[in-house]
Design a protein around this ligand. Structure first.
Ligand code: DP6
Length: 327
């Protein structure tokens, strides 16, 4: 018997960056991951993780790559594997599950492409384990929000993958946000950097940003931007949404660069893509919403009626970079 689930990735326009001190106890195997600020994301239904769980006689829980057509090969790091299996052990206790299991998981996007595979992986693991627990151990029904909040313990950003097209995570509330239809089915493009620079993991970044002098006031700034962004999207003021999102990812990257010790993710290619987006906006007074996570890749979001600009950008950038897009 196999229990399976798929979950999408998501891209935040208001970023989760920084955890409350209480969430950071050393040695905790499943941290509480309580964010110091609200975050707001667009769900990416074309980028998914699939998790399949079956019973095992091996006396331990194990993970293996799910080999499936259109899925990418990836190596899970030792840290990643420990985080994944620790969270599964935590779920087993929460759901009162007995026995040992073999977990297979895979992504339909490359793991090293700067798309948060932890968001989709932990959301899919939570959903597949819940299905198993419901059927095999007859546990009570959980709401989507309860599942999202438990998934946060695996990886914070995964709680936002339970709702779409837009999701708000604020303290212990995770919920869908309804916006006009034109803003609800966006085209997504991520422009990949070719360099393989040593990365600081996002979990490490969450710890280090509190050492930046700019961290003071971060929560207030994100709350103001969250309000402004939601209003701009509701009123279909795309240019305002672009400006707020632009300021927000620079704010997060400024925290990285002013931490002790400082670190950063920008590469020459990142600047090239940002420059193209800026030129578009200044020449045409139109363009995509732009954002960057804890990596060098640039994410672009377009409305469906911007297909022409989308094709222009893809054409221009695909000569120089690898691109993954929703169409
Ligand atoms: C920059 O959810 O990966 O992508 O809770 O430690 O697993 P953990 O961190 P993670 O942090 C994501 C940070 C981000 C911004 C965001 O997605 O909001």
């Amino acid at each position: 018997m196999t229990w399976s689930a798929n979950a999408p990735s998501n891209i935040a326009l208001i970023k989760y960056m920084g955890k409350k001190k209480t969430s950071l106890h050393e040695g905790q195997t499943t941290p509480a991951n309580e964010a110091t600020n609200p975050s707001f994301s667009y769900t990416l239904p074309h980028l998914i993780t699939r998790v399949e769980i079956s019973e095992s006689m091996s006396g331990e829980d194990t993970w293996q790559l799910l080999e499936q057509k259109d899925f990418y090969h990836f190596e899970m790091s030792q840290t990643g594997l420990t985080k994944f299996l620790n969270y599964f052990a935590f779920l087993k206790t929460k759901f009162g599950m007995k026995g040992y299991y073999q977990i297979h998981s895979g992504n339909n996007f490359p793991a090293d492409c700067g798309i948060a595979s932890s968001a989709s992986s932990f959301a899919a693991l939570t959903l597949a384990t819940y299905k198993l627990a419901r059927e095999k151990f007859q546990i009570n029904e959980w709401t989507m929000e309860q599942l999202a909040l438990i998934s946060r313990r695996g990886s914070g950003s995964s709680c936002r993958s339970f709702f779409g097209p837009w999701c708000l995570w604020d303290d212990s509330v995770v919920r869908q946000v309804n916006l006009p239809v034109e803003i609800s089915e966006l085209l997504h493009m991520v422009v990949l950097s070719s360099a393989t620079k040593k990365k600081v993991s996002s979990s490490e970044a969450h710890k280090r940003v509190s050492t930046s002098l700019l961290f003071d006031g971060r929560e207030e700034r994100t709350r103001l931007r969250l309000q402004a962004l939601q209003l701009a999207l509701a009123e279909k003021k795309w240019n305002v949404a672009f400006e707020v999102s632009w300021a927000e990812f620079w704010d997060m990257h400024a925290l990285f660069e002013t931490s002790h010790p400082s670190f950063g993710y920008f590469e020459a290619s990142s600047f090239e893509v940002l420059d193209l987006a800026r030129t578009l906006w200044s020449e045409k007074n139109d363009g995509p919403i732009v954002t960057m996570d804890a990596g060098p890749n640039v994410h672009l979001l377009f409305r469906k009626d911007q297909k022409e600009i989308f094709s222009f950008v893809r054409e221009k950038l695909s000569k120089r970079f690898k691109i993954i897009s929703s169409i």
